[in-house]
Design a protein around this ligand. Sequence first.
Ligand code: TTP
Ligand code: MG
Ligand code: MG
Length: 485
Amino acid sequence: MILHVDMDAFFASVEQRDNPDLLGKPVIVAGHSSRSVVSAASYEARKFGIHSAMPVFQARQRCPHLIIQPGSREKYARDSRKIMAILRQFSPLVEPVSIDEAFLDITGCEKLIGTPEQAAKKIKTEIVNQLALTCSVGAAPVRFLAKIASDMDKPDGLTIICPEAMAQVIETLPISKVPGVGARAMAQMKSLQIKTLGDVKKFDLKILTNKFGSFGQRLFQLAKGIDPTPIEPERPRKSISAEATLSRDISDPRDVQSVLLAQAHRVGKALRAGNQKCRKVSIKLKFSDFSQISRSKTLETWICSSNAIFDQALFLYYNLNITKRIRLVGVGVSEFQDTEKPIQRSLFTDQNQEDHRQWEAVDRAMDSVLAKFGPDVLNKANLKAHKVSPKYIGELCAVEVTITGRVQGVCFRHETHLAAQDRRLSGYVRNMPDGSVQALFQGTQENIQDMLAWCRKGATFSEVKDVTTRTVLADPALTHFEIRY
Ligand code: TTP
Ligand code: MG
Ligand code: MG
């Protein structure tokens, strides 16, 4: 049997425990700014419809006497470690999956800890005795059902799905409760008239994989009560992410770029600290209307430099063509490999890879300086602001430009991109194998001249040696400015 233990209103309960004045009251843990979101809500606050991820101003509207606690991550992490240590007394197979929850495989431990019900009760008592906190426990023959069970009777719950009851639970389990079924999958579920996990069995594997890709295969198995994911005690981190709710909504791509850069730095630092490389980068954007979107990209190479992460994040961002105002920006990485493992390199020298390796060296040097002298000695690169130029008017001219010097790199291309966009230019920028950068600028004579002046000054971190130009025939089909890879 598998147990899943999840603390009740974790951050909020810790605050209530440490400050008895808060007991029985609607409490949330959140930043104090009106733009913050709720991290945790006490069960008293939930009666007002308040939940995690809800904006604080909305929570306040629902409950004017709401108590807002800033919280302390370190304190919660300390308690989390104590909880995991308790769980390890019950089974060697404990897999923490977040700060407040873990799976335990207790198969074969019956002699020591009793039936699943007895074990769950002992765990609950031990956590109350040692930490004065309650948790909810689910027990089931398979992992995903244990997690679902722990959520069935919150708070202070105990739900056991015995092998005989499994088929019935699956039959009636709302499909939205299945881990991995998000808003996008739900729309497809609706079109297939899948309401419960049991309904999935009406479809054959081919249809499911056509609709849902590899997740279709997993759904097919789950519907049959099979969850092959084992409980792995030292399960390595599967993803690292950093996100920020902004102090004001932004829409200027340069502002978005700056926030993406900051998040990419945070993620990159954590990745390198764990001696890992990743090959999947994702971004998450939340808009002023609270809708959100996320996109990810799997690379062919393993990366760990902040700039390589930033590069991919920017690529994803620009591909979305966002026009809405943005309130939250997040960057994440996943699909890890240890740095020590030999990494297959491309047979041909790829300029992007070369960039990544150079940036990785810069980042590692920065990490060690920061670790030694504190976070204030080095400043993050600030992306230059560019003035917005007059509107595009007049005849279409085209100039091919070659820029030499220390010019290649992620930032250079993207800053050139932004500068060209500001000047209403179409065309492209790309790295050349000889180390130079080639660009084509199309627009008005005046704007091209302005752009060339910008090129001579150069982007952040660059040292421009020479800018040569060649007038060429304009290509009216090129209506945007693009980064060519
Ligand atoms: P959860 O276990 O999802 O929630 P919870 O423990 O607060 O409440 P429940 O009783 O329903 O389990 O998350 C654990 C902690 O993680 C939570 O207390 C605060 C933090 N957290 C956030 O900071 N932001 C979030 O959006 C969520 C969901 C959790
Ligand atoms: Mg919890
Ligand atoms: Mg949890």
